[in-house]
Design a binder for this molecule. Structure first.
Ligand SMILES: Nc1ncnc2c1ncn2[C@@H]1O[C@H](COP(=O)(O)OP(=O)(O)O)[C@@H](O)[C@H]1O
Ligand SMILES: [Mg+2]
Length: 246
């Protein structure tokens, strides 16, 4: 298995508080990995490091074969195109239709001709199974689940190598949670030939166990456990047992 992301002895401090504490790990290419942990564990901070939105106080990060410390601002901006981001709230452009939301990154960042863009957007919206009646509606006219589909299609538009999902199921009812889980797994499967890596940040233990290959459990900036889902279920670590019983 190839490594998509490598953390080498990464520490992040804000003043005197250590938010990430000497982290060494790799995220496997083509797999679904979930970073689990209570609020304040350092999950979002880890994500920001992966995107180069913040830099480690110590240590280094090699992401998709690139040493992040060697990239300047422009290099970082280019580099971030390898990542598709799906936010907790779909974060769509309110004044653009579903269709135009998905077309946006293609218009903005590629030189594709209109006909080619239309073809791609059609494919993306079909892949996430958004019903065609909704394609030309504004986000405010869509249900929460539909907005998620549009957000996912938009994140996939530039054919990212890594999909990042920040709290994809929090605040959702059980049925919507199931839909989002299925979408994440389907997306990973559909792009398995391209070895799409999926990285999820979550505190939803049930959903995470259902869809992940690997689970990392983070507590106060340290890795408590990083293993397969099966191993995680059987962990004897008291914090993890407590988490599993929530
Ligand atoms: N820019 C910052 N400055 C100071 N402290 C921060 C900053 N960002 C995060 N922290 C602190 O780092 C810890 C981890 O935060 P975060 O990564 O957001 O955790 P999580 O996403 O797991 O809830 C928290 O205690 C938070 O207050
Ligand atoms: Mg967070």
């Amino acid at each position: 298995m190839t490594d998509a992301i490598i953390f080498k002895n990464v520490t992040k401090r804000y003043g005197t508080s250590t938010v990430l504490n000497h982290l060494n790990f790799t995220i496997k290419e083509g797999k679904i990995t979930t970073i689990l942990g209570f609020s304040g564990a350092g999950k979002s901070t880890m994500m920001k490091h992966i995107l180069g939105l913040t830099i480690p106080t110590e240590g280094e990060i090699v992401s998709l074969g690139v040493n992040m410390s060697e990239l300047d601002e422009l290099g970082l901006r280019e580099f971030r195109r390898n990542f598709g981001m799906v936010f907790q709230y779909a974060a769509l452009f309110d004044n653009l239709t579903a269709y135009e939301n998905v077309a946006f990154p293609l218009r903005e960042f590629t030189k594709l001709k209109d006909a080619k863009i239309r073809e791609k957007v059609d494919d993306l919206l079909e892949a996430v199974e958004l019903v065609p009646e909704s394609w030309h509606r504004l986000p405010s006219e869509l249900s929460g689940g539909m907005r998620k589909r549009v957000g996912l299609a938009r994140a996939l538009a530039l054919e990212p190598r890594v999909m990042l999902y920040d709290e994809p199921t929090s605040g959702l009812d059980p049925i919507s949670t199931q839909v989002v889980c299925d979408l994440i797994v389907d997306t990973a499967k559909r792009n398995a030939d391209k070895k799409l890596t999926s990285l999820i940040i979550s505190h939803d233990v049930r959903a995470s166990l259902r869809i992940s290959d690997f689970i990392m459990f983070l507590e106060r900036g340290s890795i408590v456990e990083y293993c397969t889902v099966e191993e995680f279920r059987q962990s004897n670590n008291p914090t993890i047992r407590r988490f599993l019983e929530l």
